[in-house]
Every structure is written in C-alpha cells, then in structure tokens.
Design a protein. Structure first.
Ligand SMILES: O=C(O)CCC(=O)C(=O)O
Length: 267
C-alpha cells in the first residue's frame, strides 16, 4: 500500500499528464527544511566544480552540470523513494524501473538560452517513430524559480513526435515553449524527450535544479550513474537496493568528485 499524499486517481492523472503533455508538476511536495539543507551542502560542491572544471562549460556559457554524491544530505529516501513519485514512475517506465542519476543543472549570471533539445535520442531513430516512455527526469529546484532566474522551458506534447516535427511546430508558433516557474518544494516529472531548453539566469544567485533519473530496467546510459558505497548500500531499504541495483558499488566515495563524464547532453 502506498504511503503517499495522492490517491490512485490522482496518481493516474499525473501519469496521464506525462504521457500526454510530456510532464507534470507536483506542487509543494518535498520538505522545505530538507531542501534548505541540500542548498547549504550544494554550495561548496558547486564552487569546487566551477573552480576545477568550469572552463569545460559542460552545459553552455554560465551553466553547469554537477553530479551529487550519494551521501548525506543527498542520499535521502525522502527524495529518491517518494511513494507518489515512484507510483508515477512505475506507471510510465515500469514496476522494475531503475534509479540511474542524481545531479544538478545550475545556470548563473551570464548564462544564455540553450538550443532546444531532448536529453535522449529516440530508441529507434531509423524508424522515425516514438515509443512509450523509457527515461524520466524528476526535477526540483533548490531555490524558487521565477522568470528572472532562468526557468526551464518546455514544449508540451513534443515527446511523442520526431524532433524535426516538434521543432517545426515550435517555429510556426503552433506549440509554445512554456516557462515552468517553481517554488521550493515543487517537483516536475518529465519524459526527457520533451523538447526544452534552459533560459538565462539574470540574477546574481545560482539557480540549482536537481535531476533524479529513473529509467526502464533495460536502458543503459553510461554517461550517468550513482556511485554507492558498500556500507551505504547495506543500510538501504530493500526497495532502494532494488532501485539502485545496476549502479557501481564502491569501497568508498572519493573525497573529491571526479570530472563529469556527462558532457554530450543534447539530442
Ligand atoms: O535546468 C535547466 O534550465 C535546463 C537544463 C537542460 O535542459 C540541460 O542542460 O540539458
């Protein structure tokens, strides 16, 4: 039985939202107190990333992708084992889904509009058809996201059509890019094929957006993974161990994070 906030009908409505529109938003879902702890812990990780490899510009000017360590405060089942989110995930990418990504996208002052893109190529590019969902991003910000600090923009319904067709509809104005403003605590569940882009952060405060990735169990994206220490793995719930089962189990997490390998991100 689910311990979530939403009943079966509401979960089905969120699931349908992702199937039809490519995304849905659960408002006020996560603990503000926990998010504040994430924001505090993220600050030094972000600064370290920018100092060490900011020159690689891994997401365009003034925009950085930073993997989070699977350690306190980020390794918290409140976020990756949320009953409501897992119910929607199961309805989209199967009961046997895997948890494959724990990271952040952060535009700062000086960032620009990204090219409109998807985060994954189609499964069968030769066929020119789209399939049911296979890869999802759960996005939630560590600050309120308003127009000034660079909301994520998405074109509704473009996840189920070839990219060229979606781009034509956007260029003709038939489908508009919608900025998704979010409050701390809000969470978006999206099919990563929905056409989208990051927009400029025109403020002096970085705008971190967390991404937790769930995929069908047979999908491998070698550019993302969650390194889990053997001792932490042993302490996880059975469900968490199952979700994380295809990730590298390591003796200990590195003190310093390794260079990001997820450099090629736009399809
Ligand atoms: O967080 C954002 O603004 C979107 C970033 C994005 O889409 C990406 O870097 O792939």
């Amino acid at each position: 039985m689910s311990n979530g906030r939403y009943d079966k009908t509401e979960i089905e409505a969120f699931t349908r939202g992702v199937l039809e529109d490519g995304f849905c938003v659960l408002r006020g879902h996560f603990s503000i107190e926990k998010l504040m702890a994430w924001r505090v812990a993220f600050g030094p990780l972000f600064e370290q990333h920018v100092a060490r490899e900011g020159h690689l510009q891994n997401r365009g000017a003034g925009r950085y992708y930073v993997t989070l360590p699977f350690a306190e405060p980020f390794a918290d089942p409140h976020f990756y084992e949320d009953d409501d989110i897992l119910a929607v995930v199961a309805g989209l990418v199967g009961e046997d889904a895997t948890l494959v990504q724990l990271a952040t996208d952060t535009p700062v002052l000086g960032s620009d509009y990204q090219d409109i893109h998807r985060d994954a190529p189609p499964l069968f590019p030769e066929a020119g058809i789209e399939t049911p969902p296979f890869q999802l991003a759960i996005n939630f910000p560590l600050v309120d996201v308003e127009i000034e600090n660079g909301p994520f923009e998405v074109a509704r319904g473009t996840h189920m059509m070839p990219k060229a067709e979606g781009m034509k509809l956007i260029e003709s104005g038939a489908i508009k890019l919608e900025p998704i403003t979010m409050r701390l605590g809000d969470v978006m569940i999206r099919d990563v094929r929905g056409l989208h882009r990051g927009t400029p952060n025109r403020t002096r405060m970085p705008r971190p957006m967390v991404v937790i990735g769930y995929s069908r169990h047979w999908l491998l994206r070698p550019e993302v993974s969650i390194r889990v220490s053997r001792s932490a793995f042993g302490d996880l719930s059975e469900r968490a161990r199952h979700l994380l089962r295809f990730n590298p189990i390591v003796d200990a997490l590195e003190q310093e994070s390794a260079t990001e390998v997820y450099q090629s991100f736009a399809y």
